[in-house]
Design a protein around this ligand. Sequence first.
Ligand SMILES: Cc1cc2nc3c(=O)[nH]c(=O)nc-3n(C[C@H](O)[C@H](O)[C@H](O)COP(=O)(O)OP(=O)(O)OC[C@H]3O[C@@H](n4cnc5c(N)ncnc54)[C@H](O)[C@@H]3O)c2cc1C
Length: 413
Amino acid sequence: MGTPNRIAIVGGGVAGFSAAQELRARGHAGPIILVSAEGLPYDRPPLSKGYLLGTEDAARILLAPEAWYAEHGVEVVTARATALDLSADRPVVALADGTRLGADRILLATGALPRHLGIPGGDRALTLRSRADADALRRVLVPGARIAVVGAGLIGAEVASAAAALGAEATLIDPVAPPLVPAVGEDLALRLHAMHGERGVAALAGTPVAIEDGAHDAGPHLVRLADGRAVPADAVVAGIGVTPDTAVAAAAGLETDDGIVVGPDGSTSHPAVYAAGDATRVRRQDGVVRLQRRAEHWEAAVRSGQAAAAGILGEAPPEFGAPWFWSDRHGVHVEAVGTMDPRQAPGARTVLRGADGVPAAAFLLAEDGHLLGAAAIDGPLVVRAARRIIDRGLVPDPERLADPSVDPRRLAR
Ligand SMILES: Cc1cc2nc3c(=O)[nH]c(=O)nc-3n(C[C@H](O)[C@H](O)[C@H](O)COP(=O)(O)OP(=O)(O)OC[C@H]3O[C@@H](n4cnc5c(N)ncnc54)[C@H](O)[C@@H]3O)c2cc1C
């Protein structure tokens, strides 16, 4: 296939936006059309943080001001793409209003959709993925409102934390206690979970089986748990994960497997179509062919957008190091890099760093001493050092990792 001129990006999340940015940074001079169902690309992490709390407005969370698109020759088309036509030499993106956009390459960056509670009454629960979802949630997070949040993972915990900060009475329900062990390790997961109670959020271990009508003063909803308990609520929010939005890709016959299957350069099973972000799942070919788990984090979406831009231009994608994410709740900042899931590394051991028996950071070390992952509460420098250690393949001294008097910036030396 020749060098592409006109490139159409479907999906204006951070993956699609990063791809447009990277195409220009790599010198692509041809037209770029960004088909975005939600208009100008905005950032999602603030939707459960500053935007939900009302400290950041819609303008503040835009990924770039409107002028950027004109300056960089990126045409934003506010529309939903309904199909791809790959039958001719040049692929076509079909929009909901019947418009057909031809392009030399198409990038699908359609993101993910929130999972819905598959229980009777589950459709009463609000979910949080878009700015419109956050606006709807903001309207119910008022002082005194009883909010039941189902799912105590990253987003559920952030919503419960915001609800409490806004004066609502939040109850956080999850069958697993503590949640997030695979993301931050058991010790930090326990500490983070304990914070809910300390900050006025009631954390319940339980499995919702139905959302029923509340009786009189119980509130409009009653979240029924498997053990018979019932949680009265004025509003119910489900934060139980996402599913990749593969609708357009699957209908076009592209290979999907719990995500659009892509190579490390975003290439799909069709040579003119690339994909990036939460919608995708990477198949690596390093010795064994294996499908990776979907990333579902902001930085991974940025990186995969950049990698797909390189792929589209026929260039090698950059090497990215260990995956990283952050989360903010109850006034603390959480970060993790690599993997903290001991199930992925038999023989691995955890080293803790903290003060007075309270862990502030945890490191997962492989049997041979290499660092697999790290997580920290209010410890970004520790995580940055851990990231360097992992990416350089260094074998750290566990005693120095554990010693809070060792400056985190010296850990990777
Ligand atoms: C509330 C919330 C908080 C988060 N907080 C954090 C955090 O603290 N840290 C972290 O690391 N990650 C966080 N994340 C995850 C991170 O935001 C996502 O990983 C990232 O947004 C994925 O980017 P994406 O571009 O792949 O998909 P998305 O952001 O989902 O964007 C996809 C876009 O494509 C559009 N689209 C879909 N189909 C079509 C179509 N057919 N035509 C046109 N447009 C279409 C969608 O409307 C959407 O605008 C958070 C996510 C949410 C929802």
